[in-house]
Design a protein around this ligand. Structure first.
Ligand code: NAG
Ligand code: NAG
Ligand code: NAG
Length: 410
């Protein structure tokens, strides 16, 4: 005979085996692959500016209680640089390649790879639609089992299933990790309830112990590489150096609807590009966008000219030799974007229609003046040089230096 205690633990072990998953962990890490689409010429600036306009309009509408499905009639450009996570939906799961987006909060699938209904899929009575500026989708809201990593499953995640989408060739949808308020107004018939994000569900189910995301993107000069990482519920200290400098979410509208912060930007030792002003941190933007007056100061300081073919700023090699760092100061901590970090990777010049030997810059014109509460966008070009932390619980954004902050990869 076995002692009762043994039997009890055997039964427990069997019970656990029969109901796998849901082991609480302090954090969960999801690998991200960075992909550069070189099969067609991209207009990076147009894509990013269109997106920024749409985000700003959406933020303003939301702050003023208007309908937030901002209509922006601009050309749709697919993103050239994307970070993709593989996420499973259903049981058995269909795997989807989803864009990681801190500027929106709906998670949806089906843009390219069709959604497959399984026994875990529950269709709701809601339609869903989101406009991203350079792209949009609409479809039906489901709840389904979402598998983020092996053994890490959300049994009941609300997700959109696209019946129509544009601007998303090559990816299947979006993993929205922005503030949950951005889901308001995306369902019809209109409902006042928010759609809990993947992060919210991981947290409310106790799967992660902090409502926080840490993101590592790394610069690369190759077309596709598995070099990014998203950590839910904490940060990965192997991906950054020193400590994380946090800034509270700005109180300035409309940046405060997003992962918005106050920041000032300085060129070299003393040229102010933007005095302290509000803007956002965004993984759906490739470049660093600065309000027109600040952008013009940067152009004067660097001597750059506009390159008509790519839409980016261009420097001569003599000007590049003199290029100073840009300092992004937020909550008293300065983050240095080196001269090399201000370059578009030269090995990818031709992918954006540029000339192989030219020197293009990743700073672009936001297309509106400063003082409008949405005066900069820190996109990939910034986030590939600093680890970033999006902390819902404490309403703050953090940055830390990485081994790539001062690297000369471009
Ligand atoms: C599943 O999620 C939906 C929407 O988030 C919610 O209305 C419903 O109550 C949830 N069901 C269960 C069993 O948790
Ligand atoms: C690249 O972009 C083109 C046109 O925008 C699109 O047709 C193609 O599917 C994209 N490829 C990938 C891998 O994203
Ligand atoms: C950000 O800047 C605005 C405008 O100057 C100011 O009112 C606010 O206190 C600053 N800090 C935060 C966290 O919003």
């Amino acid at each position: 005979m076995f002692p009762t205690a043994f039997l009890t633990s055997l039964v427990l072990a069997l019970t656990v085996a029969a109901n796998p998953v849901l082991i609480p962990r302090s954090s969960v890490t999801l690998p991200l692959s960075r992909r550069v689409n070189v099969t067609s010429i991209h207009n990076l600036v147009r894509h990013d500016v269109t997106r920024a306009k749409a985000l700003k309009a959406r933020g303003l509408a939301k702050a003023n209680g208007f309908s937030i499905d901002a209509v922006i009639n601009e050309q749709v450009d697919n993103q050239a640089v994307t970070y993709i996570a593989s996420v499973g939906v259903g049981s058995p799961a269909t795997t989807f390649s989803l864009l990681i987006d801190t500027g929106s909060s709906n998670t949806w699938v089906g843009a390219t790879q069709p959604f497959v209904r399984t026994s875990t899929s529950v269709q709701t009575s809601n339609r869903v639609s989101v406009t991203y500026g350079s792209g949009s989708f609409s479809g039906t809201e489901f709840t389904d089992q979402v598998t983020i990593a092996p053994g890490l499953v959300i049994p009941n995640q609300s997700i959109g299933v696209a019946s129509r989408s544009q601007g998303f060739e090559g990816v299947d949808g979006i993993l929205g990790i922005g503030p949950v308020d951005l889901t308001l107004g995306t369902l019809s018939p209109a409902t006042s309830s928010l759609i809990p994000t993947v992060t919210d569900n991981l947290f409310s189910r106790g799967i992660i112990t902090a409502n926080e995301i840490g993101i590592s993107f790394e610069p690369t000069t190759t077309v596709e590489s598995l070099n990014g990482e998203l950590t839910w519920g904490g940060t990965d200290s192997s991906k950054f150096t020193g400590s994380i400098g946090f800034s509270p979410i700005t109180s300035t509208s409309p940046a405060n609807e997003f992962w918005g912060i106050n920041q000032s930007i300085r060129y070299g030792t003393s040229t102010t590009i933007l005095a302290s002003t509000a803007g956002i941190v965004d993984t759906g933007t490739t470049l660093v966008l600065i309000a027109t007056d600040g952008f013009n100061r940067y152009v004067r300081a660097t001597g750059a000219v506009n390159d008509a073919t790519t839409g980016l700023l261009r420097l001569t090699s003599a000007q590049f030799a003199n290029l100073q760092s840009l300092f992004f100061t937020t909550n008293g901590v300065a983050f240095e974007l080196t001269a090399n970090a201000q370059l578009w990777p030269r090995s990818l010049n031709t992918a954006i229609g540029g000339t192989a030997g030219s020197i293009y810059l990743i700073v672009a014109d936001l297309g509106s003046p400063s003082g409008e509460g949405f005066d900069f966008v820190d996109g990939f070009a910034f986030l590939e040089r600093f680890y970033s932390v999006f902390d819902t619980t404490n309403k703050r954004v953090g940055f830390a230096t990485t081994p790539f902050t001062h690297a000369t990869t471009n």
